[in-house]
Design a protein around this ligand. Structure first.
Ligand code: NAD
Length: 348
């Protein structure tokens, strides 16, 4: 594992196996410099254990950066469970997972991620105190997607101001990839601001909602990159910005909630050279983890969430301005700020 190219001096990587339930899970704690690590649990049918380890190493490092940019008192951690989220779930499995989280005694807080829903975390929470994203506790924060989407919408406006000279979206066309939990709310905000929407998704029901409610035009999932739009907002998959899709995009802004949008970090420089303002994903989508952090603090307070989101949006503006001033890719500038914040946490 120490030779894995995604290993970044992680503080701990913990492997769990439970014979009775079949649980195979890894919890990676990248850093606790800014506080107990926090990040969701992903359930995925990995091709092999090395893919699983690479994923958890990369995701937990990403959470350190995201949490640092969101100025919440948490380091970065992430959990992965090896299995098919449609066929391999059971109460025993999530109870065993809850015990695994509890064994780390608060160095890692879990919540939902891909393949994991509230019901799964509610089961795990019967075995651990360190689970958030609940619907039933006193401080329950519920679905983080609306807060994530509000941050994405505000981030789109900031990028528009820099790319077009103003943040008025009433005469802008936005191509939205994925209209699920986050993308759906993003469409609603954009439609209210008068933007013209072109959307794609594989889920027909989700598409019907934004078509009717927001007047969105629907295109096929592969057509979304070729739309004559001003802004591209990815809210579905990772790794969608690569050399091929970049050539096809006609937009001046890429800003959406999806995690890990750049196929490799070096794409940031190619995007910059193409004259596109790219809003780093882990900065624009930090609203959700802020909402979860409010729950972890023990007393959910919406004003606290709003104040943290305001601060995150200020940081986002600094990233975009610093990148312009220094002719550097926005993702590299964001990484530097995140690393500096983590290093400062380490010395205090
Ligand atoms: P979701 O599952 O509710 O929505 C994703 C949508 O993408 C679904 O409607 C799905 O049908 C669609 N989709 C799948 N494949 C597609 C394809 N090939 N083309 C177009 N659409 C496709 O998930 P979500 O919670 O909205 O999260 C979306 C993204 O945002 C993910 O990358 C997630 O990691 C990230 N994110 C979410 C939050 C949050 O608060 N939910 C916070 C931070 C980051």
């Amino acid at each position: 594992m120490f030779d894995n190219s995604s290993y970044d001096a992680h503080e701990g990587v913990h492997f769990f196996h439970d014979e009775e339930s079949g649980l195979r899970a890894v919890i990676a704690i990248h850093s606790t410099a800014l506080g107990p690590s926090a990040g969701g649990t992903r359930m995925w049918d990995y091709p092999d254990s090395s893919a699983m380890i690479t994923d958890v190493l990369r995701l937990s490092q990403g959470m350190s950066y995201k949490n640092a940019m969101a100025s919440i008192p948490h380091g970065g951690g992430k959990a992965v469970i090896w299995g098919n989220s449609k066929t391999d779930k059971s109460e025993k499995l999530f109870r065993a997972f809850g015990r695994a989280v509890e064994s780390l005694q608060g160095r890692y807080w879990t919540a939902e991620d891909v393949g994991i829903d509230t019901a799964d975390i509610e089961i795990a929470a019967q075995e651990t105190r360190y689970a958030a994203g609940l619907t039933t506790s006193d401080a329950a924060s519920g679905d983080p997607s609306p807060v994530t989407a509000l941050g994405v919408f505000r981030g789109i406006k900031q990028a528009a101001a820099r790319a077009f000279g103003n943040d008025d979206l009433s005469n802008r066309t936005v191509a939205v990839q994925g209209v699920g939990s986050v993308g759906g709310y993003v469409c609603q905000y954009l439609a209210e601001a008068g933007a013209k929407l072109v959307v794609c998704d594989v889920d027909k029901e989700a598409l019907a909602l934004v078509e009717q409610r927001d007047g969105a035009a629907v295109v096929g999932i592969d057509e979304i990159y070729d739309i004559d739009a001003d802004i591209f907002s990815p809210n579905a998959l990772g790794a969608i910005i690569n050399e091929d899709t970049l050539k096809r995009l006609k937009v001046k802004v890429i800003a959406g909630g999806a995690n890990n949008q750049l196929v490799i970090p070096q794409m940031g420089e190619l995007v910059r050279r193409a004259g596109i303002v790219y809003v780093p994903d882990y900065v624009i989508n930090g609203g959700g983890i802020i909402n979860v952090a409010a729950e972890i603090s023990g007393t959910y307070s919406r004003p606290w969430v709003d104040q943290k989101l305001d601060a995150l949006m200020d940081t986002l503006g600094q990233v975009l301005d610093e990148a312009t001033r220094t002719d550097r890719p926005t993702n590299a500038v964001a990484d530097d700020i995140a690393r500096a914040r983590i290093a400062a946490g380490k010395t205090t």
